[in-house]
Design a protein around this ligand. Structure first.
Ligand code: AFP
Length: 341
């Protein structure tokens, strides 16, 4: 793809490969790139700009709909993505980790024929935000569905509650030692690195695929004893095969490393939390879509997560994602335990 070096050039060049493409999705993807640059600027200067720490409301720490303490940067990232996506004419609704219900985006006051956009976006604006205060990587995760409900009406929950296999695009931004935007529209996975001196994302990781062999497994070791049967013996097996453990506590960072180095990410259900911790719509589904496009696979417990239809907006799910062979090894270990129960 000669000449298609910036994110915007690449998105537009790829659009030309789809007969009948209108450019609407391209516009939306480049808007996500713009919002990512704004959040990136704040994340990178957080220690200097007084934006570290928890968000306060009426002198008290605020919590999001999940009951988690909100960081100042959570609130900034949420506001920024909602503002940018809300002004994109292609967006008809947003579901954010930080908001209790659907944010309806109505463009009817903005000119004739404009109502509600044809795409809905599921977003975790700042994943792993508890890492911010200790200067470790954080990320943004997004998934985009085409609406099913009429465009003359506000988006409905069913527009968001679609299986991951039906996403039209998904991706993440990793605010790390460098900032990267990685996305897929279902024709492979491509990664772009932000050059702060120019203010652009440039194609740096074309056609990302899991390597042949895995070297890493990622799990919160503190949860191992309570994890569903099969996970602990599988981790023991990983150790005996020489895989090394890596876990940052930011899903985007762990997923990205495992995609590049080969590995598996696990956040299982446990005896006290059978659904685990991670959110289906704006964490698990977009990453499952990307893993599949990169030759990997994803399970929520024993089911292929790509085919699961969510039932609620803030649903949680166990998540096992990464190198297809490792996911298969894990499934076999879980199967074996289930058979012995
Ligand atoms: P926060 O955004 O609240 O920090 O949660 C991050 C996260 O959802 C995901 O990015 C991590 O993989 C996971 O939680 C880490 O959870 P544990 O701290 O329970 O391991």
């Amino acid at each position: 793809m000669i000449g298609a070096n910036t994110l915007q050039e690449f998105v537009v060049a790829r659009q030309a490969e789809f007969a009948g493409a209108t450019g609407d999705l391209s516009r939306l993807l480049t808007d996500i790139g713009t919002a990512a640059k704004m959040v990136n600027r704040h994340v990178n200067s957080a220690g200097l700009s007084g934006i570290l720490g928890t968000h306060q409301e009426n002198g008290q720490g605020s919590q999001n709909v999940q009951g988690e303490t909100q960081q100042k940067l959570d609130v900034y990232a949420d506001d920024t993505f909602n503002r940018v996506l809300g002004s994109c004419l292609k967006v008809g609704g947003i579901v954010s980790e930080e908001q209790p219900s659907i944010i309806h985006v109505d463009h009817s006051g903005r000119g004739e024929g404009r109502g509600y956009g044809k795409y809905v976006v599921c977003i975790d604006p700042l994943d792993g935000s508890s890492n911010v205060d200790v200067n470790i990587s954080v990320g943004t995760i997004f998934g985009i569905h085409r609406r099913k409900s009429p465009l003359t009406q506000p988006a409905e929950a069913t527009d968001f509650l679609q299986p991951a296999k039906d996403l039209v695009a998904a991706g993440y931004v990793l605010y790390g030692s460098s900032t990267m935007l990685v996305y897929s529209t279902g024709c492979g996975v491509n990664g772009f690195t932000f050059d702060p001196s120019i203010g652009e994302f440039f194609l740096s990781h074309p056609d990302m695929k899991y390597p042949e062999a895995s070297t890493v497994y990622s799990i919160n070791d503190a949860n191992l004893d309570t994890a569903v049967p099969g996970v602990k013996p599988y981790v023991k097996d990983c150790r005996s095969r020489g895989l090394t453990a890596r876990y940052t506590g930011a899903l985007v960072a762990d997923f990205h490393r495992n995609l590049i180095q080969g590995g598996i990410y696990m956040y299982p259900g446990s005896t006290d939390k059978p659904e685990g911790k991670l959110r289906m719509l704006y964490e698990a589904q977009p990453l499952a879509f990307l893993a599949n496009q990169a030759g990997g696979s994803t399970r929520c417990h024993l089911h292929d997560l790509l085919h699961v239809t969510p039932t609620s907006l803030h649903q949680r799910t166990p998540l096992f994602t990464g190198h297809a062979e490792e996911v298969q090894n894990l499934v076999q270990a879980m199967d074996a335990q289930t058979l012995h129960v």
